[in-house]
Design a protein around this ligand. Sequence first.
Ligand SMILES: Nc1ncnc2c1ncn2[C@@H]1O[C@H](COP(=O)(O)OP(=O)(O)O)[C@@H](O)[C@H]1O
Ligand SMILES: [Mg+2]
Length: 225
Amino acid sequence: MIKIIDLKKGYPSPKGEIIVLDGVNLSIKKGKSVVIMGSSGSGKTTLLNLIAGLDLPDSGKIFFKETDIFSLSGKKRAELRNRKVGMIFQFFNLLKEFTAVENVAIPLIISGMNKKEALKKGEHLLKNFGLGNRMEHRPYELSGGEQQRVAIARAIVRNPEILLLDEPTGNLDWKSANETIGFIKEKISELNITSVLVTHSYELAKNFGEIFTLKHGKLEKNISG
Ligand SMILES: Nc1ncnc2c1ncn2[C@@H]1O[C@H](COP(=O)(O)OP(=O)(O)O)[C@@H](O)[C@H]1O
Ligand SMILES: [Mg+2]
């Protein structure tokens, strides 16, 4: 489903170029989950942004099935991302002025669905996510774990094939983090979504998928913890 080939990316700095990714290779089969660990600044977010097609590498390729995503125009790449990729972040990034159900419905409305139908779909998903009695709550009226569940619902409402999760539990206590990861795992298995999870926690990573560590710009497969 996803194939990353010899991906390289650096950023210019006053002291010369900082090489962040120095030849990353990774293949993920449809419906499989991969975890990426690594210290702060090791390039995890840089890698996820490239997989999402939000940024361009210096060299190397990423394929979604047969599509070489960096060979597409920016517009086509954005379309592909909107259709196929869901993203979840540490800080939930919900829209504060909108209710839970509106937050979930917004991607559908943007994609052209009429508002009533979009809200109905959002309600259905939130009920399925155990948030049936939180539909009209605004983000500040929800716990961190609940906010993240709304963000997960928003990320999958358009049926993405790929889910990218950048430290989704970094802002949650251990219990909520563990529940949230269990919940995500359950949903992606049900929906056969291919996923990449970035986390600092080996305890969370070990039940999620195949674990790699990003170090000195390369991915190493974890043999143990
Ligand atoms: N837009 C940018 N411009 C310059 N340097 C950047 C930029 N984005 C990230 N970096 C640098 O690249 C390195 C990797 O960053 P990042 O991918 O965010 O790491 P991680 O997510 O693993 O903490 C860091 O040293 C960071 O300072
Ligand atoms: Mg990061």
